[in-house]
Design a protein. Structure first.
Length: 290
């Protein structure tokens, strides 16, 4: 079973609680939607799943129906006891914490010794955490090889955008560098409580065996330094937005038009810009990726 709208209301009322706006809480109250996400995630018996923002456990229960081994993370201390009461009976392991600051190596040390393979991240993510969390997981958490997330539509379109798409930006390059991404379906606001004013979308990301740009030729730090600079002034021509970051000779050397703008370059072109270094390039200043 999963949680319906009346059941979510009952659980919250039992503790005198309401959805926390500051945490972006919009609980999924439609069993068909959570089962759809579970199906699209492709998980099954023996799959190790980490769910971020488990809330009251609607999606957790749908994932449990597949036979997957689930670690459910929830930041709201007040919800944790309710979450445990709902999902621990189906074998889910509940962790209280902030996914952006947790020790992920400890988090993914499964309590089940038989579940030590790659991990799938499945989540209903609020707007304010979606992009930084996905970037962190792709950059740092190699054990997670697939992500299936439900996010605000505009965020999802940025995650999966390619060159020429209106939503294409720095985060699109970030995702494409690490993974292949696709839009898996739209979700109506009516399946949430409270009902948001925007449509949501489900995005799937499968980690590449190796990044699209060979790290032995261009370090991730260097690559994303160039990408950040280009998109920080995306309306300017590259020769201006990348001034001081790449040598002017790079454009002729790589065959990239200096009058192009950031949204015109695919990941391969960004890689060529980052790889070619002229004598005027400053050393790296230790900036972190996007």
């Amino acid at each position: 079973m999963t949680l319906s709208r009346p059941e979510v209301r009952r659980l919250l009322a039992s503790e005198g609680m309401r959805p926390n706006r500051a945490l972006g809480q919009n609980f999924v109250v439609d069993p068909n939607t959570v089962r759809r996400i579970a199906r699209l995630s492709g998980v099954g018996p023996g799959t190790s799943v980490v769910e971020i923002g488990a809330g009251l456990g609607s999606l957790t229960l749908a994932l449990a129906e597949t036979g997957a081994n689930i670690t459910a993370v929830e930041i709201d201390r007040g919800l944790v006891p309710l979450l445990r009461s709902v999902v621990e009976a189906v074998g889910a392991h509940v962790v209280h914490g902030d996914a952006l600051s947790l020790d992920w190596s400890d988090l993914l040390s499964s309590p089940d010794p038989s579940s030590q393979g790659p991990w799938v991240l499945v989540a209903n993510l609020p707007y304010n955490i979606a992009t930084p969390l996905i970037a962190k997981v792709l950059d740092e958490i190699q054990q997670v090889t697939r992500l299936v997330v439900m996010v605000q539509r505009e965020v999802g379109e940025r995650l999966a955008a390619g060159v020429g798409d209106p939503a294409y930006g720095a985060v699109s390059v970030k995702v494409a560098y690490h993974a292949t991404a696709s839009l898996l379906g739209r979700v109506s606001p009516t399946v949430f409580m409270p009902r948001p004013k925007v449509e949501s979308i489900i995005v799937g990301m499968d980690r590449r065996a190796v990044p699209l740009i060979d790290p032995s030729r261009v370090s991730p730090e260097r690559f994303f330094e160039v990408v950040r600079a280009g998109f920080s002034q995306r309306r300017k021509m590259l020769r201006r937005s990348l001034a001081g970051v790449v040598d002017p000779a790079v454009f002729e050397a790589t065959g990239i038009d200096p009058t192009s703008r950031a949204e015109n370059l695919d990941v391969s072109a960004w890689g060529r810009l980052a790889e070619w270094r002229g004598p005027s390039i400053d050393p790296l200043r230790g900036k972190s990726p996007l």
